[in-house]
Design a protein around this ligand. Structure first.
Ligand SMILES: [Zn+2]
Length: 288
C-alpha cells in the first residue's frame, strides 16, 4: 500500500477512489469501458444501476488477442458456431469467444441481496453487500449475479464480487458468458401438443443444497409462471411457456437460481429417443 498518511482524510479517500478507477480501467476490456453507466453515480447509490435487460455492447473483434487455442480458432473463423464448442464439452476460458459466436447476447442482473436502510430495509437489491471490519473501518464488498442469454436457446449465469459495484457487475457478466449453455426447447405439454419449441420438451429437475426446482412444459399462452428472478433467466433462454414447482428455502436466492440453471442444463443432458424429437418439436440451441 502507498503511504498517504500525511493527507487529510478527505484527500486520502479521493486519492483512493482515483486509484481504484484506474485499476478497473486497466483490467476490463474495451467494450466494458464503453458501457453506458456513470461510475460515480453507482458508488453513491448502488441500487440505482439500471436493472433490466441490457444489450451488450458490440465487441471489437480486431483488437482482441486470444490466448487459448479455442480463442484463436474462433478469431480466425475456423470455429463459426458455438455448438462446435458446447457439443464437445470444451471449456470456454475467454468471454470474447462468446461475444463473437453469440453477438445478439443480452444481460441482466438478478436480485440476490437485500438493501439495508430506512423502513427496515429488506427491499430486493441486485447487490449483496458484505462488510469486512478493519482498522480503517468497515470495508464493504459487493456481489451480484448476472444472467446472459440471446432469448433463442442460449443462457448462462455468473457470480461476481468486488470492492466496487461496476467491477462486480463486469465480473459476473464475464463469468456468465463462460458458463453459457445450450437449451433444448420443445412442446411436451399434453394440453398443447403443438410440436413447436415454445416450451420445454419434458419436465426437468435441478437441485442445489436443500432446494429443488422442477420445471414443467406448459401450453401456449401460459407464460413463465415462476418466481421473478428465475423468470429473467428463462426468458433469456428463449422459453416462452413454463410451469414450475419448488421446495426448500427458496428465499436463499442464489441457490434457487443455480438450481434452476441446473434444471435447464439437465434438459440438454437427457437422452431422447429419436422418434420423440419430431413429436415434441425438440430443437437445441438456436431456432433459425
Ligand atoms: Zn405447444
Amino acid at each position: 500500500m502507498l503511504k498517504k498518511k500525511k493527507l487529510p482524510e478527505n484527500e486520502e479517500s479521493k486519492q483512493e477512489t482515483v486509484e481504484e478507477v484506474l485499476e478497473v480501467e486497466e483490467k476490463i476490456s474495451p467494450e466494458i469501458v464503453e458501457a453506458p453507466i456513470i461510475e460515480a453515480e453507482i458508488k453513491e447509490i448502488p441500487q440505482e444501476v439500471p436493472v433490466g435487460v441490457i444489450k451488450i455492447k458490440e465487441f471489437d473483434k480486431d483488437s482482441w488477442k486470444p490466448i487459448t487455442d479455442l480463442g484463436k480458432k474462433v478469431k480466425s473463423g475456423e470455429i463459426k458456431n458455438i455448438d462446435e464448442i458446447l457439443d464437445k464439452g470444451l471449456k470456454i476460458l475467454e468471454p470474447e469467444i462468446v461475444d463473437i459466436l453469440l453477438p445478439d447476447l443480452q444481460s441482466d442482473l438478478l436480485a440476490i441481496g437485500q438493501s439495508k436502510g430506512k423502513f427496515g430495509g429488506g427491499k430486493r437489491s441486485i447487490w449483496r453487500q458484505t462488510q469486512k471490519k478493519t482498522k480503517e473501518g468497515n470495508k464493504p464488498k459487493f456481489a451480484t449475479l448476472a444472467v446472459v442469454g440471446n432469448k433463442n436457446g442460449y443462457v448462462g449465469i455468473g457470480y461476481g464480487k468486488s470492492k466496487e459495484t461496476v467491477p462486480a457487475r463486469e465480473k459476473a457478466i464475464k463469468q456468465a458468458k463462460l458458463n453459457i449453455i445450450k437449451i433444448r426447447r420443445g412442446c411436451g405439454s399434453w394440453e398443447c401438443n403443438c410440436g413447436q419449441p415454445h416450451s420445454i420438451p419434458f419436465k426437468t429437475i435441478g437441485k442445489t443444497a436443500s432446494i429443488q426446482i422442477k420445471l414443467l412444459p406448459a401450453p401456449k399462452g401460459t407464460g413463465i409462471t415462476t418466481e421473478k428472478e428465475i423468470k429473467k433467466m428463462i426468458e433469456l433462454a428463449g422459453i416462452k411457456d413454463i410451469y414450475s414447482k419448488s421446495r426448500g428455502q427458496t428465499r436463499t436466492k442464489i441457490n434457487f437460481i443455480f438450481a434452476c440453471f441446473k434444471a435447464l442444463k439437465q434438459l440438454t443432458n437427457t437422452k431422447v429417443k429419436h422418434d420423440l424429437v419430431k413429436k415434441l418439436g425438440i430443437i437445441e440451441g438456436k431456432l433459425e
